[in-house]
Write a protein that binds this ligand. Structure first.
Ligand SMILES: Nc1ncnc2c1ncn2[C@@H]1O[C@H](COP(=O)(O)OP(=O)(O)OP(=O)(O)O)[C@@H](O)[C@H]1O
Ligand SMILES: [Mg+2]
Length: 418
């Protein structure tokens, strides 16, 4: 590497800390509308310099990348944040000779339609998918009930927004309303409904070599939405299934031409073998890095920067389980909230987040962003994990009232085998 200066777009504060620990000097770019002023002050304190700009203005973002990169003579420009701005930043970095990946490989990872086309061409992860340019065209495709059920998916949204199972033609209307609420009029994928347990695969690619960090089992909320309600790392899997999933993900990452960085790839294990749901050129969210650390002591965030500094990537095998379980207390006004402090004091609880206070109104859980909170625990094995989550459930008491009277909700907790 030419020098130790990195320009990072949208670095979370721990990324800056860990990059500095790995020997880098970090220059940061953030959009002030995406995090609190307090959070961004901390990022600025850890960085050599931070510049704020409006990420929805692509021209401005590219300009900031070009100016910062030149002013500080950085060795690389990287982006480990949300997918929406990864491509313009990568294109600008590529034009300056400072990118670690080709823009094409990022498109093949982050854009769900481009991914499906690549997989189809290469015969990887075979399944039926169709593309529609707009929700209206998708609606026309769905008129005949012949291939139902299908999963419909706006290609340019994330967080499971408006991803929906369509079982009968009448389900389409509710989905169209959901898209309208997201003000979405872009392309839509209509996919075969893959049946089976779902997993996410964390990898770290260095010099085009894809290192498997681990496979996480995912628990979903109830249909027709596909909201992620829990994760267990490492996933309890038979050896042959684990190998089949790992091979599939490596074949796909190879096909994209991805050269450096983390990827988070979602897979469903069907009766015919594993199939790819989607992938992203970033570390998994939903506290998955913490689960990996609890399970085996491997810090994937640090590993990205240590690999960039030239250290060999050596993921560590998991010895325990790390679990996160998201809460759905049901919609309504929160009348009582008890037990949080007791839960936080449990030695196996590593995080408890409740996204509300007494008096707030909880909406229905229909996407990642609308979940009501979560708890993270560690455990020696699956039975202990179930016991520990049940202990949390027993302590936490939330009372919500709808118009028709009070309801007492215990958090829904993860079941490891469902
Ligand atoms: N073809 C499919 N068959 C079965 N389930 C699917 C299919 N496609 C998507 N899903 C379900 O919907 C969820 C969300 O889909 P996907 O990950 O593609 O969208 P997303 O909006 O990017 O989600 P997120 O950002 O929450 O990961 C998946 O995790 C999976 O549970
Ligand atoms: Mg997804």
């Amino acid at each position: 590497m030419r020098n130790n200066r990195l320009l990072i777009c949208m670095p979370y504060k721990q990324f800056v800390r860990k990059a500095v620990d790995a020997g880098f000097r970090v220059y940061s770019i953030w959009d002030p509308s995406l995090e609190s002023a307090e959070y961004l002050q901390e990022v600025a304190r850890l960085s050599e310099e931070m510049v704020l700009c409006d990420f929805s203005d692509e021209t401005q973002l590219r300009h900031v990348v070009a100016t910062m990169a030149a002013r500080h003579d950085v060795a690389h420009v990287i982006h480990l944040g949300r997918e929406a701005t990864q491509l313009p930043v990568c294109e600008q970095a590529h034009a300056l000779g400072l990118a670690l990946n080709s823009p094409r490989s990022l498109v093949l990872l982050n854009d769900k339609s481009a991914m499906r086309r690549l997989l189809r061409e290469r015969g990887i992860s075979p399944m039926t998918t169709r593309e529609a340019d707009s929700p209206a065209e998708a609606q026309r495709l769905l008129r005949g009930a012949a291939d139902l059920p299908v999963v419909v998916k706006p290609t340019q949204l994330d967080g499971s927004r408006a991803v929906r199972l369509i079982e009968q033609p009448s389900d389409v209307d509710a989905w169209i309303d959901e898209l309208a609420a997201c003000r979405y009029a872009g392309p839509v994928l209509v996919e075969e409904y893959l049946r089976g347990p779902e997993f996410s695969v964390e990898t770290l690619t260095v010099h085009g070599q894809h290192h498997l960090v681990g496979i996480t089992a995912k628990r979903l909320g109830s249909a027709p939405h596909f909201v992620e309600m829990g994760h267990v790392h490492p996933a309890p899997l038979r050896d042959e299934d684990r190998s089949a999933i790992a091979e599939l993900v490596v074949a796909y990452l190879d096909a994209t031409g991805y050269r450096f960085g983390p990827a988070h790839t979602e897979v469903i294990l069907t009766a015919a073998g594993p199939r790819i749901v989607e992938s992203q050129a970033r570390i998994g969210g939903d506290r998955i890095p913490l689960l990996i650390e609890l399970a085996g002591g491997f810090d994937i965030e640090s590993a990205v920067f240590r690999a960039l500094a030239g250290e060999p990537a050596k993921p560590r095998a998991a010895k325990r389980l790390g679990c996160v379980s998201f809460f759905d207390f049901g919609p309504g006004r929160v009348q009582a909230l008890e037990g949080a402090e007791e839960v936080r004091r449990l030695p196996f609880v590593h995080a408890l987040v409740l996204k509300f206070d007494r008096g707030d109104v909880l909406g229905p859980v229909s996407s990642s962003a609308t979940r009501h909170g979560y708890v993270v625990i560690d455990a020696a094995h699956e039975r202990e994990a179930a016991e520990r989550l049940a202990a949390v459930q027993g302590l936490l008491r939330v009372v919500t009232t709808l118009n028709d009277g009070p309801t007492v909700a215990n958090p829904s907790t993860i079941t490891l085998k469902d």
